[in-house]
Design a protein around this ligand. Sequence first.
Ligand SMILES: C[S@@+](CC[C@H](N)C(=O)[O-])C[C@H]1O[C@@H](n2cnc3c(N)ncnc32)[C@H](O)[C@@H]1O
Length: 276
Amino acid sequence: MSSGWLSAPLPEQGAKLSEIDTSVPHIARVYDYWLGGKDNFAPDRAVAEAAMREDPNVVEGVRGNRAFLARAVWYLAGQAGVRQFLDIGTGIPAANNTHEVAQDAARECRVVYVDNDPIVLSHARALLTSEPGGATAYLDEDLRNVPQIIRAAGGTLDFTKPVAVMLIGILHCIPDEDDPAGIIKQLMDAVPPGSYLAISHPANDINSPGVGRLASRLNELMPMKLRFRSRAEVAALFDGLELVEPGLVRGPEWRPDSDRDLENPAAVWAGVARKN
Ligand SMILES: C[S@@+](CC[C@H](N)C(=O)[O-])C[C@H]1O[C@@H](n2cnc3c(N)ncnc32)[C@H](O)[C@@H]1O
């Protein structure tokens, strides 16, 4: 069951859906293809396949990124006791969406999803399911519009209580000139002490040759330009926050559940940090 105001974006859905240009590859749908989803079109599949030829690890890698997402949410809703999540860059629903994992850990968890892609909006209803006592909401909004996000998310989240801000696999879509660090500062200024920031970010300094070719190919073939970053660049995005153990590591090395997690080749930097 979704909470009332959440259906607010949905009447616009028809209009937004007509904005989906299936002739142009889009990162959300390319990612969906790598994850084995069905919400992708021929141009997305062509880009995804071309990228796989440059770096055959990419398919396993995105699964490793998704597994990090699930472990981070499980940790935050479990050990860290967080009950509110702001998940920006939701993506097309896949296995272990944030609200499912969080509400498995504690059914009263409240989750606001944010994405700016009409195809993700078209799946909003699938994301707007919730355990009784919890809530989920969806905002059709751009990460660069933090004040609007905070204002609208305030319909579901109580910003006087801790919130976990999830930026999983999205910051590489934000170029340096759009100031990702400034965006994160605005977000973390809006949440109280005891809140958390979780980031996973494609790396340009892990398995560098393959990843470099992958990034170049994606940027050649897609209008949206991606910026992979180094460990030092991602570490700087946590400025002023306290990284929880094991710190900023390759995604599969973040609190792995098994050796199988550790074997995953994901070339992403991942970490979770607390605002004190
Ligand atoms: C690679 S997917 C990651 C999905 C999910 N977080 C995960 O890690 O499995 C990136 C998502 O971020 C969204 N996105 C990219 N730039 C965005 C922006 N400026 N504002 C909001 N969403 C954005 C895309 O539409 C896409 O759905």
